[in-house]
Structures are given as C-alpha cells and as structure tokens.
Design a protein around this ligand. Structure first.
Ligand code: ATP
Ligand code: MG
Length: 436
C-alpha cells in the first residue's frame, strides 16, 4: 500500500508509533503514576479526544500559543467546530461542571492518561501527538493541597528511580497582583522591544510574562534585571506562597524557587511548578509541569472554583528513564514455546498452548512448519524459558519433551503432566474464566 505520491505510507510528521519496547516503558511509568495517584486519593477520568473548540479558546486562553497556533481544529459533517484536545485540564474542568461535581465532597481529585495534540514544530522531545499523565484537584484553595499535588509529581519520579531531577516553583500571583506588576515588567522591556525576538514581540501584549522565560538568544540579554513578580505580590499572595513552601518543607521534598518560571497557559494563578532534569537547560526537557488555576472554571462558564494540577509528558519521562538506564526490558511475553515434529503434532501443540495460557503461563507455537532445529533456535531467541517439543511419535505414546532453554537439560513428561509442571514454575497470575 502506498500514498498518492507513490511513497510508502508513513506516520504523519511529528507523530510516531509506540513500539513494544516503548510501550513497555510507558506502561511502567503509568503503573507507578496510577499507583501514586491512588495513594493520594485520586479517581480516574477519561474525557473524549475532541471537544468543542470554544472550550479551549476560553479555558486555555485566546492569546496562548496553544489556541492561536497549535490546535487541530475541524468542522464535523454536522458543521460543529471541534478541536482535538491540546491539553487535559480544560476537559476535566468541563466534566466537573457537566456532572455537577461541585456537589461532591471537595476537592474532587481526578487523574488521567490521555493523548494530547498540538501543531508544534517537531524536534527532540516535542511531538504533534504526545501523551500526558495528569491530575487535577478541584474545588479547594489550600496551600496544603498545592504541596500534595507537587509531592505526587515528585513521588512518581522518585518511585521510578529518578534522582537527578529537581522541582522548580514560583508564584505568579493572581490577576490583581499582575495588574500592578505587568506595567513594571513592560517598562523594563520597552526600550529593547525592537531588538527582542519577533515571537517574543508578539507576546508583548498578550502574555508579557512569557518574556521572562524566553529561550531565544535575542531576548535573553534583556531578561537580566527585569522586575520579578515575587517582589511584587500582595501580602496575602505572598503569605499563600510561603505556606506552600512550608508544607513542602514539612513533607521533606526539595524545591528551587525560580522567580522567572512562568507558564504558557493563561489560566495559571499563584503556584506554578515544573520538574526538570537537574543538569540540563532548555524547555524541551521539562518532564512535568503544572500549577494552580483559580480562574479557569469561571472562564468556561462555571462559578468561581479553584483548582490545581499537573501534566507529565510520558515520552519525555520515557526518554529520561532510558538515559538514566532505568527503563525496564520489554516484556518477555513468552514463557513456553512449543515446537512440533511430524504429522498432526501441531494440533496437540495448540491444545497444550491453550491449556498453559488458561493456567496463566505465556505460551506460543513456533508456527510455519520449519525444521525442529529452526524451531529451537526461534525458542532461544524468543526469550522463552522452556521449549516443549511435541513429536508425533512421542505424542502417540502419550508424552512430550520439556527442554530448559537456560541449561539445555531435557526431560520426558507425560502429556497430562506438562501443564502442571510448567505452571508450577512460571508465575504469571492464573487465568480465571469470566464465569468462575
Ligand atoms: P514546553 O514548555 O516544553 O512546551 P508546555 O508548557 O507546553 O511545555 P504543558 O502544556 O504544561 O507543557 O504540558 C505538560 C508536559 O507535557 C510538559 O512538561 C512535557 O513533559 C509534556 N509536553 C508538552 N508538550 C509536548 C510535546 N509537544 N511533545 C512531548 N511532550 C510534551
Ligand atoms: Mg509548549
């Protein structure tokens, strides 16, 4: 099969196939993330992959890169304007409102694992479809909750074995704090506006705080000496930030105050944080990022409702685990490979394989009717622990041979004992029939 251009089909630019070895790492990360989220009292949610485009325009913010340049928007056949989800928070907040979750005990804590779509310029660690594990805790504004959410992110990294990461935190205040602060920031950049990067010039009006964390060399020289939001917080905002830090200290996790840390989404208020490698710079390496978003739910039509959450990029986390030598091996999915010899042996082999699987032992046939030697070579290469050699003549006598692929020892066993003997040694959880 090939495309119109005559070239073989390929994944669209900026996307990739998650192959079994990648998938094993993603599953490994998710196992830890889900487990830690459960320990912190999070339930799980899965919103649809597309929503009304307007949800993101309002929730994420008209002026953001995501809404302005990166959304996959389409009209469906009924003329509705939809968008592939460019982030998880707005969807979860929409679900919170739609299902009346304000009536539940607060905060409502929800975790998710979702593909995210952004029309970005593809580069290392930056895809047009990536996957986030994220959490949202909605309905309460309490510094202890901010610390709990940050701690959850940190523990996911920790239980994965990562020790070379650090937490960056900042407070970006609320609308009122920023009303006083942003003019000072603009005064600082104003004299240089012609010389800073064009992209940053465009941010000047809609998201001036982003100039502080611009990575562009044309903007960077002018970041020195810029006024910092943390020096201009109202006393109550500063007290909230102090309280978050006290809770983090009580929990005993390290953090680095980073007054230039701002986030790319409009909805953040007060606490923002990222988890980044301790020895690298550049924004592509952030593995987890989040913050408080006390204005978001109101923006999408609900009553004023505070919330806080984070998103963790699975591809970046996987890359990082690989770099640190902490990635698990791809699942050795085969415990037993059944080799056959002679007429009709494959029928017996199918039965043995089925019986083994029902006892929770991963088993497969060699297939293809090749020589016994070729089948045993395949067994060795497959990572299987044992080979069962089912020969037509032996089968007629009621037995088969089990070959230990690590030691090459062979023993003959009664056909009726094969499953019992192998199931005792290979330890996957037993299969239970749905009706049992
Ligand atoms: P960045 O500054 O790297 O663009 P962001 O601020 O856009 O990140 P968020 O929207 O907060 O990121 O997403 C949370 C996490 O999802 C990021 O910290 C990162 O790990 C991951 N992520 C974001 N965009 C991408 C992408 N295009 N490809 C892969 N992972 C991504
Ligand atoms: Mg981004």
């Amino acid at each position: 099969m090939s495309s119109d251009s005559g070239r073989p089909f390929q994944t669209p630019r900026g996307t990739r196939d998650l192959l079994p070895e990648d998938h094993a790492i993603h599953t490994h990360i998710l196992d830890h993330a889900r487990n830690q989220a459960r320990l912190a009292g999070f339930g799980f949610i899965e919103p649809p992959t597309f929503e009304q485009a307007e949800l993101f325009a309002r929730g994420v913010g008209e002026g953001t890169d995501i809404v302005e340049k990166e959304m996959y928007i389409f009209e469906d056949r009924g003329g509705e304007r939809l968008a592939l989800r460019p982030e998880g928070t707005a969807s979860v907040c929409r679900a919170y409102l739609q299902h009346g979750m304000a009536n539940l005990s607060q905060p409502v804590k929800l975790a998710y694992h979702l593909p995210i779509f952004r029309y970005e310029r593809p580069q290392a660690g930056r895809f047009r479809q990536h996957t986030q594990f994220g959490v949202e805790a909605i309905g309460v504004r309490d510094a202890a909750l901010d610390a709990e959410v940050i701690d959850l992110g940190w523990r996911i990294a920790e239980t994965l074995g990562l020790s070379d990461l650090k937490i960056l935190i900042n407070s970006i205040g609320d609308i009122e704090d920023r009303r006083a602060y942003v003019p000072l920031l603009k005064d600082h950049f104003e004299p240089h506006i012609e010389r800073i990067a064009p992209d940053d010039q465009a941010r000047w009006d809609r998201a001036p705080m982003r100039l502080l964390d611009s990575k562009d060399d044309r903007t960077r020289p002018y970041q020195d000496g810029a006024p910092l939001i943390t020096d201009h917080l109202r006393p109550e905002s500063a007290a909230y930030y102090d309280a978050v830090k006290s809770h983090l200290e009580a929990i005993g996790i390290p953090y680095e105050e980073t007054p230039t840390l701002v986030r790319g989404l409009d909805y953040y208020t007060h606490t923002v944080f990222e988890i980044v490698p301790a020895h690298a710079d550049g924004s592509q390496v952030t593995v987890l990022a989040g913050g408080r978003y006390d204005g978001l739910i109101e923006q999408i039509g609900g009553p004023p409702t505070p919330g806080i959450g984070f998103g963790m990029g699975l591809e970046r986390m996987a890359h990082h685990l690989r770099e640190q030598g902490l990635a698990p091996d791809a699942d050795a999915s085969t415990g037993v490979l059944i080799a056959t010899l002679g007429e009709g042996a494959d029928i017996a082999a199918s039965k043995i394989a089925g019986d083994l699987r029902r006892q929770g032992v991963a088993a497969t046939l060699a297939f293809g009717g090749r020589s016994l030697k070729a089948q045993l070579r395949q067994a060795n290469r497959s990572g299987a622990r044992y080979a069962v050699i089912a020969g037509a003549r032996d089968l007629a006598d009621g037995h088969v041979t089990i070959r230990d692929l690590q030691t090459s020892d062979q023993r003959q066993v009664e056909l009726g004992d094969v499953v019992g003997q192998l199931a005792g040694e290979l330890t996957n959880p037993p299969y239970t029939r749905p009706q049992d």
